[in-house]
Write a protein that binds this ligand. Sequence first.
Ligand SMILES: Cc1cc2nc3c(=O)[nH]c(=O)nc-3n(C[C@H](O)[C@H](O)[C@H](O)COP(=O)(O)OP(=O)(O)OC[C@H]3O[C@@H](n4cnc5c(N)ncnc54)[C@H](O)[C@@H]3O)c2cc1C
Length: 403
Amino acid sequence: MNESDLLIVGAGSAGLTLALLLANSGLKISVLEQGPAPTTGPVTLKRVSALNLASERLLTRLGVWQQLTAKPAYQAMSVWEADSFAKISFDAQTSQLPSLGSLVDNEELRQALYQQLQGCPAVRLDFNARIQSISAGAAQNLVSTEQGVYLSRLLVGADGANSLVRRELKMPQRFWDYDHHAIVALVKTSEPHQATARQVFLPTGPLALLPMADPHLVSIVWSTSPEQASTLCEVDANLFNQQLTAACQSVLGPLDVVSPRSSYPLRMRYSTRWVEQNAVLVADAAHTIHPLAGQGMNLGLMDVAALAELILANVSGGKLTVETRWLRQYERWRKAEAQQMIVLMEAFKRGFMAQNPVAKLVRAVGMRAVDRLPLLKEQLLAAAVGERDDLPQQARPAVISYS
Ligand SMILES: Cc1cc2nc3c(=O)[nH]c(=O)nc-3n(C[C@H](O)[C@H](O)[C@H](O)COP(=O)(O)OP(=O)(O)OC[C@H]3O[C@@H](n4cnc5c(N)ncnc54)[C@H](O)[C@@H]3O)c2cc1C
């Protein structure tokens, strides 16, 4: 029998970050993960995520950012529509920002979080766990695994898109398919990418070219119909290269895929309830969105920063007081941003899928107009880099004191 104040199910980026945020709180924390422990090894860039400035600040304060070897920052962003004059671009220098974001390797981030947790005696990490049942109660939560029983004051579901915690606790979920699969691969470019993140909207969906540390290497996220995605994953490399180069209008010259291609079905999921008794959901367990704006992991990291802040406010003398009042406060706080992102992703997707000539003209004129309106552009950029008024403390910019 394992007893803890906080039991986190899932050791992905969200679960491990939450454990680290609370490692020195005086609370006893357990993390249950179905997979094996992260192992150190060479960075593969198999899956990368664009992290915004708010996430960077959070991970820097945890001492994790400094451990990442691969985190190329991008200084500019260029978004355009194929076959029209719609285009908008942003750059960090004009907006007086250090960068517009950075690209991190998902597995290296998990390894760095895990490494940091090794030195935290209050955190117990159990890998290869097989959960059999979960029940939430006002006094205690109980999770049974093949290895034993876990009791906790607070239970956090950080177990990703198909969250068992959400399903076992019958927290309702709304979802719809985006009718897109995303192909992810590493691609060599003929022209240097110049630290610019690029995205072209095709009639079938968006294609992103994300700049890696090597000036001639990009990670692509190509969202398209499930049928086209499966064909693109099967065709030989030469044909894939031709189609990819044509799709992004040779913006970086002829392209050459240098990794296996993998494909991910994309689905919007939104849990309408994030709190059940003394259990809460965070990150992908609560919401998943289209990767076209690269915001999913950023949202999850802000969820756990917000939750950690409220937990810390309710710890006194090493004792955690769990109350519906502040659990609901967490839910309201974070639902606001998740809902905005879901609506925005849908608007982008639908907006760019409409192919009639009027829709295309409106889009092109609209994008050009926004590109010339500095104030509106600044607002769009602030949203992209994660600057919001309601950021958790640990993700806010440092306050400079001149005294
Ligand atoms: C193609 C694509 C591109 C993306 N690009 C970006 C991007 O550029 N920027 C960005 O911010 N986001 C991006 N995202 C989103 C991002 O990858 C996710 O939001 C993020 O990885 C979710 O982290 P998480 O910790 O919530 O879940 P996960 O990473 O899924 O972790 C959940 C963990 O829980 C464990 N688990 C599951 N079930 C159980 C169980 N029953 N018992 C114990 N453990 C369990 C899993 O093994 C896993 O380790 C992208 C997503 C996709 C699909």
